[in-house]
Design a protein around this ligand. Sequence first.
Ligand SMILES: [Zn+2]
Length: 274
Amino acid sequence: MHNIKKPKIDNLEQYLENCIDKLRKTKIKTKNMIPEIVRKCNLYEKNASNNTLYLLNKTIFDDEIVQNQSFKKLYDNHMSKQSSYAYDLYNKLLASAPFDKCPYCSQGDVEELDHFLPKTDDGYPEFSIIPINLVPSCHRCNHKKHEFIPTNKDKQFIHPYFINNINDHRWLYCKIDYKIENKPTFIFYINCPNEIETSIQECINFQFNKLELAILYSKNAANEYAGIKSIIDKYQEDKETLIQLYSDKAKSYEKHIRNSWQTAMYYALLEEIS
Ligand SMILES: [Zn+2]
């Protein structure tokens, strides 16, 4: 999990107006909603900053077609479609994740935009093309997160644009199990320090479980271990060299993303040998 710089849009009203202009049937009715959408976007900013998006009320639409179709069409036909009006912005958002890595897992490559609050009828269709609601993500996380609607303070995803201090402290750890001889199993778990606010701790745990990150990280770690196995074997009798290797790797990964599976894995190997 890591944060991404929040996208900025100079004139939200104008952006919405230009996008909605592309609609055919429901243009007028949808345009009438612009002041309400802008008001909701301001509330979104406020709530997301306090990690209280679960409190954001659903919009009551006067017109079912506007609710069911217009906003989805805006995203599908006028933003994510090649050469459409907001396609440049779509690509800019996709490219905004550091190192092209998904902020939900810090592992997968960015492939698509996730609607942080889903654009489904029972969700928040009005945010379908709002940049702060569009998070670059890998396919796996987007698929597992699916159309999740937060309804509880402790069961929310960490919003990568708004929760900026998620890696100030270490909370991802790993232990090594040798049930199968000579074949270590890397078991990842969360252990948050008290410095992290309780509700954020709960959200980290929720996201870790919901996205099944322990499984993903364990597979990656097994693969990484297989890749360095010949080095480990070479220095089997030279403990100091192995300590140096694990320590250098752990510190380097920690500097890159503190709570990456690599950081946790190398600290676990270091602890085991020290
Ligand atoms: Zn991911």
